[in-house]
Design a protein around this ligand. Structure first.
Ligand code: FAD
Length: 377
C-alpha cells in the first residue's frame, strides 16, 4: 500500500538521511559494537547534516520541521539495522521536553547545541528500585537557597556515557508521591555527578547504556524544567511520542528483515530448489508481509495524529506494544528462514533479533502499555 504521509520534502530528506546512514553510520557500526558506544564524531556529523532535532524552531537553531523528519531518520537507521546512535532519544524525546517546558534561557542555551550535535542529551527516569513504577523514584532534588541538591541513582540510561545534558526525573517533594516529581536539567560536568560502567547488553551493543550517580550535586534552581511537582505529568505527556518512535523503529525493522529474508531465501538452495520455493517459506513470507503491512498502516496513522496533536496515550501504547511484539515474532521467523546463518552475528538478521527484544521493555514495558489501554475501556 502506498504511504501517503510523506511529501516531496520528506522524501528528499530521506534520500540524504539514507546516504548519511550508509556512508557515515553503517561502516563503523561493527567497531562501535565492540566499543560499546558510537563516536562523538558521528553526532557532530549528524548535526552538520541537519539530521538532529528537526522539530526545534528556527530561533533556536533548528528548522522547525514536523515529527515526520525525525520519523524518516529513525526509519533510515532502522532499515540498515543500525541501533547504536541514539539520535531519536536526543531529538524526538529530550528536545521536545526543552521545547515544551524550557524557559527562554534554557532553550537558547541548549537547543542550538543539541541541533549541532555538540551537546548529547539523555533522559534519566529509571532507578534500580523503580522502573515501571515511576512515581516511586527515590532520587531527590532538595531546595537549598538558590540551588537544588541532588542525591540518588539512575540505571539503564541511554546515552549515559556520552551525555552532556541529562533531563533528570527526581523528587523535589519526597512526601508528595507522584505530585512531588520534577524534571531538573543536570549538566554532565557537575561536581558529584558520576557515571557507572557502560552496561553490557543482549542487544543494542553499540549504544551506551549506564548507571548514573548523584552525590550532593548542586544545580541552580533555574535548572528546573517546567513546573515544580509537575514532572510526572510532563513525562506522561511526552511519553506518547517516545512510544511512537519505538513503533516507527519496529515497523521499519520488520520491513527490512522481510526484505533481507526474501532475498536470502530466493538465493539459498536446498533439495535442488530455492528455499523460497517451499510452500512453507512462501506461506511464512506471506504471513510476515501481511503483518508488516498492517503495522505500517497503523504507525503511519499514528504519525498523522501526532502532527495533528491528537495522538492519544492509549493509541500510542497500542502502537508501541503491538508493533514491538510483532517485531519480535517477525524477526524470529526471518531468522529461522536463514537457518544457521541467521544465528551468526555478521548477518543483519541476527543483530535485528537481538535488538528487537528491548523494544518490548523500554519506553514502558508492553504490560504497562496494556494497562494504559485497559484504563480507557
Ligand atoms: C537498553 C535499555 C535502555 C533504556 N533506556 C532508558 C533511558 O534512556 N532512560 C530511562 O529512564 N530508562 C531507560 N530504560 C529503562 C526502561 O524504561 C525500564 O527498564 C522499563 O521501564 C522497565 O522497568 P524495570 O526494568 O524496572 O522493570 P520492572 O518495572 O521491575 O518490571 C519487571 C516486570 O514486571 C512487570 N510489571 C511491572 N509493573 C507491572 C504492572 N503494574 N502490571 C503488570 N506487570 C507489571 C513489567 O512489565 C516487567 O515485565 C532502558 C532500559 C533498557 C533495557
Amino acid at each position: 500500500m502506498k504511504r501517503e504521509i510523506y511529501n516531496e520534502e520528506h522524501e528528499l530528506f530521506r534520500a540524504s538521511a539514507r546516504r548519511f546512514v550508509e556512508e557515515r553510520v553503517a561502516p563503523f557500526h561493527a567497531q562501535w559494537e565492540k566499543d560499546g558506544q558510537v563516536s562523538r564524531e558521528v553526532w557532530r556529523e549528524a548535526g552538520e547534516g541537519g539530521f538532529l532535532c528537526c522539530s526545534v524552531p528556527e530561533e533556536y537553531g533548528g528548522v522547525g520541521g514536523d515529527f515526520r523528519f525525525g520519523a524518516v531518520f529513525t526509519e533510515e537507521l532502522a532499515r540498515m539495522g543500525t541501533s547504536g546512535p541514539s539520535f531519536h532519544l536526543h531529538s524526538e524525546i529530550v528536545a521536545p521536553y526543552l521545547i515544551h517546558y524550557g524557559t527562554e534561557e534554557q532553550k537558547r542555551k541548549w537547543l542550538p547545541k543539541m541541533v549541532s550535535g555538540e551537546v548529547i542529551a539523555a533522559v534519566a527516569m529509571t532507578e534500580p528500585g523503580a522502573g515501571s513504577d515511576l512515581q516511586n523514584i527515590r532520587t531527590t532534588a532538595i531546595a537549598d537557597g538558590d540551588d537544588y541538591v541532588i542525591n540518588g541513582q539512575k540505571v539503564f540510561i541511554s546515552n549515559g556515557q556520552l551525555a552532556d545534558l541529562v533531563v533528570l526525573a527526581c523528587k523535589t517533594d519526597p512526601s508528595a508521591g507522584g505530585k512531588g516529581v520534577s524534571l531538573v536539567l543536570v549538566e554532565g560536568d557537575r561536581e558529584g555527578f558520576t557515571r557507572g560502567r557502560n552496561l553490557e547488553k543482549a542487544g543494542y551493543k553499540a549504544q551506551d547504556t549506564s548507571e548514573l550517580f548523584f552525590n550532593d550535586v548542586r544545580v541552580p534552581k533555574s535548572n528546573l524544567l517546567g513546573v515544580e511537582g509537575r514532572g510526572f505529568k510532563q513525562l506522561m505527556q511526552q511519553l506518547a511520542q517516545e512510544r511512537l518512535v519505538i513503533a516507527v523503529r519496529s515497523a521499519t525493522s520488520i520491513e527490512a528483515a522481510l526484505e533481507w529474508t526474501t532475498t536470502y531465501t530466493k538465493e539459498r538452495k536446498a533439495f535442488g530448489q530455492s528455499i523460497a520455493d517451499f510452500q512453507n517459506t512462501r506461506f511464512k513470507l506471506a504471513e510476515l508481509k501481511t503483518q508488516v503491512q498492517i503495522a505500517r498502516v497503523f504507525v503511519d496513522k499514528c504519525i498523522e495524529e501526532v502532527i495533528k496533536g491528537t495522538l492519544a496515550v492509549d493509541t500510542a501504547a497500542m502502537a508501541k506494544y503491538w508493533c514491538s511484539d510483532i517485531e519480535n515474532r517477525v524477526i524470529d521467523e526471518c531468522l529461522q528462514l536463514h537457518g544457521g546463518y541467521g544465528f551468526m552475528w555478521e548477518y543483519r538478521v541476527a543483530r535485528a533479533y537481538a535488538d528487537a527484544r528491548v523494544q518490548r521493555i523500554y519506553g514502558g514495558t508492553n504490560e504497562i502499555m496494556k494497562e494504559l489501554i485497559a484504563r480507557q475501556l
